[in-house]
Design a protein around this ligand. Structure first.
Ligand SMILES: NC(=O)c1ccc[n+]([C@@H]2O[C@H](COP(=O)([O-])OP(=O)(O)OC[C@H]3O[C@@H](n4cnc5c(N)ncnc54)[C@H](O)[C@@H]3O)[C@@H](O)[C@H]2O)c1
Length: 440
């Protein structure tokens, strides 16, 4: 294989589009593929179909360079690529905890007949342990090309920091069965490895497990501090000071130790559930039974947020106007998959309030999923006439908001901070009732 393998990216959603653009930025020739024609057309026209800081600029630059383009043709991708990155979705199965593997299976089966001799498929989707082994058997059985192989290369990028995380990841994990596969992956990541970036070369099982165990750990850390918030609420403690004090212990550290409305999104919730489901199949469900509690603590925060908002509203949402600041599952993203903010907004509306939402990036997506909610173009417009304001996604725009400006348009100066991100002193000084999760 040449020094610079030609790369393809199968599935150009949040992960795949970012990966395709960033690999082109690193100097590779890249062909992205998606089954959605509309997505491919947008990408070819220089439009990123989702919000990700820095990505639109790099997409335009690399389309212009001629190193990057997008297609819907598997034949074209098979003909083009030396290394194929598989980046399709693995959502939670409807009505089950397990991951839905139909997209991975469909993409894999579509690609196999078109592979060239010596091609490598590198799976990046988050999958249950055992998937790579199963796909490798299928590849060996069905591929007509010779010397084709599978590797597993889990992805750790964070939405909102996806470009930085792809160009400068904190580690690379290569699950491989041969030296050739490792060499091909090393060639495909050469500019990143040279930074330098640590590479962990391991077997399929471990590579797949690294991703789900990383997410299980992060979810556990968030739920730990949220459990402490529950206890703080019972004893009158302040979880923000508790977590600050804990964070000075370098064994604990402050990251992911921020109490609030809990985690959501297209990864952590479904990944810990799929991990538990897979552990059950493997007969080691006891090893992960704590994740059930992690999930339960997380979901209880949403219920607690609704209860706290109702309490501030005077015991009932009936006839109340509620402004919701935030719809995305986290700031710097338009991703609303399993968004705690939207979950709370929809519950409150069902309980009788008229809810108006504002989010800097996620309004279009939110409107599709929750057409029953009201949407406004600015935070001030969402808050106009509101009896109660809920801060549910910690965008910088909300942290920096002037309480006096919002105070001029609301009907009642009551704010509940679901993210412990606003400054209570500032809001109270401006005449607001400030309430938050896990603190007085
Ligand atoms: N989003 C993240 O931050 C992130 C981070 C790390 C890992 N992951 C994992 O990466 C995977 C993808 O996640 P995502 O957030 O990008 O999902 P996504 O839904 O945004 O993207 C998936 C894409 O795959 C396309 N697709 C579906 N079937 C296809 C097929 N047969 N052939 C080609 N394309 C097909 C879809 O049209 C879509 O564009 C998941 O396994 C996820 O857990 C995501």
């Amino acid at each position: 294989m040449s020094q610079r393998p030609r790369l393809t990216v199968i599935g150009t959603g949040y992960l795949g589009a970012t990966h395709a653009v960033c690999m082109a930025e690193l100097g590779f020739e890249v062909l992205g593929l998606d089954v959605e024609q509309g997505k491919v057309d947008k990408l070819n026209a220089g439009e990123v179909p989702f919000f990700e800081p820095g990505l639109p600029e790099l997409l335009s630059k690399n389309l212009e360079s001629g190193r990057l383009r997008f297609t819907t043709s598997y034949a074209e991708v098979g003909e083009f690529g030396d290394v194929h990155f598989l980046c399709v979705g693995t959502p939670q199965k409807k009505g089950e905890m397990a991951a839905d593997m139909t997209y991975v299976d469909a993409a894999f089966s579509s690609l196999i007949p078109h592979l060239r001799d010596g091609a490598l498929i590198a799976g990046k989707s988050t999958v249950p342990a055992g998937t790579a082994e199963r796909l490798a058997t299928q590849l060996e059985r069905d591929a007509k090309a010779s010397g084709v192989e599978l590797a597993w290369n889990p992805e750790f990028l964070r939405e909102g920091f996806a470009v930085e995380d792809t160009l400068r990841p904190d580690r690379l994990v290569f699950g491989v069965r041969s030296q050739q596969a490792e060499d091909k992956l090393r060639a495909a990541f050469a500019p990143v490895i040279d930074l330098p970036t640590p590479v962990v070369v391991t077997d399929y099982a471990t590579a797949q497990l690294v991703k789900v165990s990383a997410n299980a750990f992060l979810a556990t850390k968030i739920s730990f501090i949220n459990a402490m918030a529950e206890v703080c609420e019972a004893v009158g403690g302040d979880v923000t000071q508790l977590s600050k004090a804990l964070s000075y212990d370098t064994r604990i550290g402050g990251r992911f130790l921020h109490a609030g409305l809990g985690f959501g999104g297209g990864c952590l919730p479904k990944d810990i559930r799929a991990f538990m489901a897979r552990a059950g199949e493997l007969g080691v469900d006891q090893a992960l039974s704590f994740l059930k509690e992690v999930d339960a603590i997380n979901l209880r925060r949403r219920a607690r947020m609704v209860d706290l908002a109702r309490e501030v509203a005077g015991g009932s949402f009936g006839g109340m106007k509620v402004a919701v600041l935030g719809a995305a599952f986290k700031p710097n993203s338009d991703d609303i998959r399993d968004s705690p903010a939207l979950d709370v907004a929809a519950t409150i509306q069902r309980q009788g309030a008229a809810v108006c939402v504002y989010d800097p990036a996620a309004m279009e997506n939110a409107l599709v999923l929750h057409p029953e909610l009201g949407y406004r173009e600015t935070a001030v417009e969402a808050a106009r006439g509101a009896d109660l304001v809920l801060h549910l996604t910690e965008w910088a725009e909300f942290r920096e908001m002037d309480p006096a400006v919002l105070g001029d348009v609301v009907a009642g100066k009551h704010i509940v901070d679901g993210r412990n991100a606003l400054d209570p002193v500032k809001w109270r000084a401006a005449g607001w009732t400030y309430r938050a999760l896990g603190r007085p």
